[in-house]
Design a binder for this molecule. Structure first.
Ligand code: SAM
Length: 447
């Protein structure tokens, strides 16, 4: 391992005292591997013989004995599970605490969301009536976030690619905001040597300034009594408790103690800290504050000036009961969003750069649907209304590499390709060949 920066060692020695040696030794051990299952899919996972215990602070989540070649598992591509670092999944415990106190968010914002680990967790946790806005400022990372959330298969999610400042005009829009802030990444030292190389005292200061800027930008968008969850993957107190001290000094907010008694998790002044020598996971800080003032968002009643888009009967058959949904059309692509959030999504569209919303269905050409990749991955797709082609592992991987398949292909129009009940995407029979409609940008490369 690259040697640790001396000022980092000195600070951690002061922070951890006698524990420092154990901490340092833990950085030379192999990082645990963990996955979280998708409760809305049929939950096919890597070989269960690989399971190495449940993650104590998150349901449906497991440690694995070793790291499989995830990229060669079609269930991963079908969104049946997400590979996520275990400490990060503590977010579920925090959400459960808020829920136990009677809090159900109408609208949640995950502000720094790519690649989507915490967004997929929040999406699984929220009731279907809530909306999650997952935002990522960096365009290339926003594309990965979009891919991961489409594969996760829910329709109550909107994805945006905007700077946090774009949300400041949405006063009181969200009752829950997660700021999983860009940080100095000390908690990733074991997993990522680059984090060590990039560490400098100057960078710590830049991170702190950026965290303050992000929080200042987003604070107005939190509604009164709403909760902001702040997290980082660093041990630097100035980016953790220090930022929450600053936030409470600057804004009218109250810290909320995180109630948990899992062994090894360290209680800090305002939040909790995970250390790799004390829990099976990487370094993480998480804290909650509640906003005491501000204004609520007042949504104007939506004007019905756009004509309702009608879907053909054959398209409707593929979808859940549409009474709670509104159909939209972006370019030629049709999609659905939950009607209860349509007014808000319209407002958001004026402010932020929406790159995906609800579930894209596809394009109707003379009443016939050319289905979108997202529809194949939609957890509410009525699979019994589709014609399916189950694939074995070599063929599933060939499909995911975006190569055409040959051999015995069922007759019919659009075929839904599946692997052990996990849906992957669409194909179309042409002669004795299956044309592959898997998105180019998602295909497996070099594996
Ligand atoms: N929440 C993600 C997850 O669980 O998969 C990880 C988020 S990562 C810790 C922080 C994210 O913040 C990165 O995706 C990064 O691109 C983004 N970011 C970087 N600079 C930012 C800024 N100035 N404002 C908002 N987000 C920023």
């Amino acid at each position: 391992m690259t040697s640790l920066p001396i000022p980092f060692i000195k600070r951690m020695q002061a922070q951890l005292g006698q524990e420092f040696e154990d901490f340092q030794a833990s950085l030379d051990t192999i990082p645990p591997v963990s996955i979280r299952l998708n409760p809305n899919k049929n939950g096919q996972v890597p070989n269960q013989e690989l399971y190495d215990g449940q993650i104590p602070w998150c349901s449906d989540a497991y440690y694995l004995k070793k790291r499989p070649t995830f990229i060669l598992d079609p269930h991963l591509h079908g969104g049946s599970y997400y590979v996520q670092e275990a400490s990060s999944m503590f977010l579920q415990t925090v959400l459960r605490q808020l829920q136990a106190d009677g809090f159900t968010p109408t609208r949640a914002l995950d502000l720094c969301a790519a690649p989507g680990g915490k967004s997929t967790l929040i999406a699984s946790f929220l009731p279907a009536t809530s909306l999650l806005v997952a935002n990522e400022v960096i365009k290339t990372r926003a594309a990965i976030l979009k891919e991961n959330l489409i594969k996760w298969g829910q329709d109550n999610v909107v994805i945006t690619n905007s700077d946090p400042s774009r949300f400041s005009t949405l006063s009181g829009a969200f009752d829950l905001i997660l700021v999983d802030a860009p940080c100095s990444g000390e908690g990733m030292f074991r997993k990522d040597e680059k984090a060590i190389e990039e560490w400098s005292e100057n960078n710590l200061r830049l991170c702190e300034e950026r965290q303050k800027r992000i929080l200042t930008d987003i604070w107005p968008a939190l509604r009164p009594n709403g909760f902001l969850i702040y997290s980082t993957c660093t041990y630097n107190p100035l980016e953790n408790d220090g930022i929450l001290d600053w936030l409470m000094d600057k804004f009218n907010a109250t810290p909320i103690a995180i109630q948990q008694d899992f062994p090894g998790i360290t209680r800090m002044r305002h939040g909790v800290q995970f250390y790799p020598h004390k829990t099976r996971g990487e370094g993480l800080f998480m804290g909650i504050v509640q906003k005491n003032d501000g204004e609520d968002l007042r949504l104007k009643k939506e004007k019905q000036n756009t004509p309702r888009i009608k879907l053909s009967e054959s398209t409707k058959q593929l979808l859940p009961d549409l009474s709670g949904y509104t159909t939209y059309c972006t370019g030629k692509t049709l999609g659905i969003i939950p009607t209860r959030h349509a007014g808000f999504i319209q407002l958001l569209d004026n402010t932020a750069n929406i790159i995906y919303k609800g579930c894209e269905i596809g394009e109707e050409i003379k009443g016939m649907l050319k289905p979108s990749p997202a529809l194949a991955l939609y957890s509410k797709l009525r699979q019994d209304q589709t014609q399916q082609m189950p694939l074995d592992l070599p063929n599933a991987l060939q499909y995911l590499r975006r190569e055409d398949l040959h051999g015995e292909i069922p007759a019919g129009d659009w075929l839904l390709l599946t692997y052990q009940n996990t849906t992957l995407g669409w194909g179309k029979k042409v002669g004795d060949r299956l044309n592959n409609y898997y998105p180019k940008e998602w295909r497996i490369r070099n594996a």
